[in-house]
Design a binder for this molecule. Structure first.
Ligand code: TLP
Length: 361
C-alpha cells in the first residue's frame, strides 16, 4: 500500500500483491480512481460545461489556476488535446515548433501539430532529453522571407522517453528568457510536472512561472480517470476555450470527471515521492540483473527505461515473456523497455517484476 494517504484506505487489498493480478508497469495512466475519487464523482454537482455552468469544472479550473499562480485554466479531455490547443494558440500554419526529438508532441501525438495546426516540428536530440538554449538557438529560423518561421518552443518536464528526467529550474528559465527576447513563446508539456516538482522540492508554480502556457495531466501519476488542464493568462485560456470546442472537446455534465480531478489535484502530489522511491528501487534491482543496462542514479522520478541488448534478446520478446507472467511493461524501441511506477503498484509488485525479469533473462 502506498503510504499515508487520504485517497486510499490502508485496509484496501493491493492488486499487485495478488499473483493472479498483473503488476502493471506500462504507464502511470493505468491508475484506477481511488474510493475517494469515486465518491466525489458520484456526489458531484454538475451543469452544462459548454454553457460554462458546471460548478465542479469551474472549481477545478479556478483551483488549478490558483495552484499554478496563473490567471485561468481550462479542463481538457486529454494531454494530447491540451498540447495541440496550445500549439494552435501560439502558431499559424507554416510555422515551426522546436522540441526535443523524443518529445511526446513529436512522437506520440499523431503528427497533430502538422495535420491540424499546420506546423513543422524542428527537433534535436538533447542529452537526457533536456534542451538548453545552446541547443535551441541554432534551430531558430532567420527572419527571411523564404524560410518558415519559428513560433514556439515546447519543453517536456518531466521528459517521458528520456526516462522521466527533470529540467533544472535555471535551464527552463534561461530558455524562456532567451525565447521571449527573441519573440518566441514557450509551451510546457507538463504532463508530469508534479513529479518534477516533487523531485526538485519546489512548487509547480515556481517551476512553470516563465512558460507562456502549461499543460498538465490529472490522469497520470495523480490518478484521475480522465483529463488534463491548460493553464496560462486569461487571454490564452479564452483562445484555448474556442479551440477546444473546434476540436470537439466541449463536454457537458463533465463535473463527474472534474470531481475526480479535484481529488487528484489536492491529494495525489503528496504520494508521488513513493513512486519515485519505488522507481529507484526498481532501477537498483534491474542494474543487478545480468544483461540489463541502467544507471539507477539517473532515475529521478517514476519512469525507468532500461537497455536489454546485453541479454541477447530484443525488448519485444522480453516484454511479451513478462506479460505472459503477468508483469506488464512496454518496449519503447528494439532494445529498450519502459517501466513506470504509480499509485497502484507497491514494493511487493516491484519485487515481483524484478524476480520475473530475472527468471526470464
Ligand atoms: N503519455 C503516455 C503515452 O502516450 C506514451 C504514457 O503512457 O506515458 N505528454 C506526455 C509527456 C505524455 O507522456 C503523454 C501521455 C501525453 C502528453 C498525452 O496525454 P494523453 O494520453 O492524456 O493524451
Amino acid at each position: 500500500m502506498q503510504g499515508v494517504s487520504a485517497t486510499k484506505s490502508a485496509n484496501e487489498p493491493d492488486p499487485a500483491s495478488k499473483p493472479d493480478v498483473a503488476v502493471d508497469l506500462r504507464s502511470d495512466t493505468v491508475t484506477k480512481p481511488t474510493p475517494e475519487m469515486r465518491r466525489a464523482m458520484a456526489e458531484a454537482e454538475v451543469g452544462d460545461d459548454v454553457y460554462g455552468e458546471d460548478p465542479t469544472v469551474n472549481k477545478l479550473q479556478a483551483r488549478a489556476a490558483e495552484i499554478f499562480g496563473r490567471e485561468a485554466a481550462l479542463f481538457v479531455p486529454s494531454g494530447s488535446m491540451g498540447n495541440l490547443i496550445a500549439i494552435k494558440v501560439w502558431t499559424h500554419h507554416g510555422n515551426e515548433v522546436i522540441c526535443e526529438e523524443r518529445g511526446h508532441i513529436n512522437q506520440y501525438e499523431m503528427a497533430s501539430m502538422s495535420a491540424i495546426a499546420g506546423c513543422m516540428p524542428r527537433t534535436t536530440r538533447a542529452p537526457e532529453g533536456i534542451l538548453t538554449w545552446d541547443l535551441i538557438a541554432p534551430l531558430i529560423r532567420p527572419k527571411i522571407y523564404y524560410r518558415a518561421q519559428t513560433a514556439l518552443i515546447s519543453l517536456e518536464n518531466t521528459h517521458n522517453m528520456a526516462g522521466g528526467t527533470v529540467y533544472p529550474l535555471e535551464v527552463t528559465e534561461d530558455i524562456c528568457d532567451h525565447a521571449h527576447a527573441s519573440g518566441l513563446r514557450v509551451h510546457l508539456d507538463g504532463a508530469r510536472i508534479f513529479n518534477a516538482a516533487v523531485a526538485l522540492g519546489r512548487s509547480v508554480a515556481e517551476l512553470t512561472r516563465k512558460s507562456d502556457s502549461v499543460m498538465f495531466c490529472l490522469s497520470k501519476g495523480l490518478g484521475a480517470p480522465v483529463g488534463s488542464m491548460l493553464v496560462g493568462s486569461r487571454e490564452f485560456i479564452e483562445k484555448a476555450h474556442i479551440l477546444r470546442k473546434l476540436l470537439g472537446g466541449g463536454m457537458r455534465q463533465v463535473g463527474v470527471l472534474a470531481a475526480a480531478g479535484l481529488v487528484a489535484l489536492e491529494r495525489s502530489p503528496q504520494n508521488l515521492h513513493r513512486d519515485h522511491q519505488n522507481a529507484r528501487y526498481l532501477a537498483e534491482g534491474l542494474a543487478q540483473i545480468p544483461g540489463i543496462g541502467i544507471d539507477p542514479k539517473k532515475v529521478q522520478t517514476n519512469i525507468v527505461i532500461f537497455d536489454v541488448r546485453g541479454t541477447g534478446r530484443i525488448a519485444g520478446e522480453i516484454s511479451a515473456a513478462l506479460g505472459q507472467r503477468k508483469v506488464l511493461a512496454g518496449a519503447t524501441d528494439q532494445y529498450a523497455i519502459r517501466m513506470v511506477t504509480h499509485y497502484d503498484v507497491d514494493r511487493s509488485g516491484i519485487d515481483r517484476a524484478l524476480a520475473t525479469l530475472r527468471s526470464i533473462v
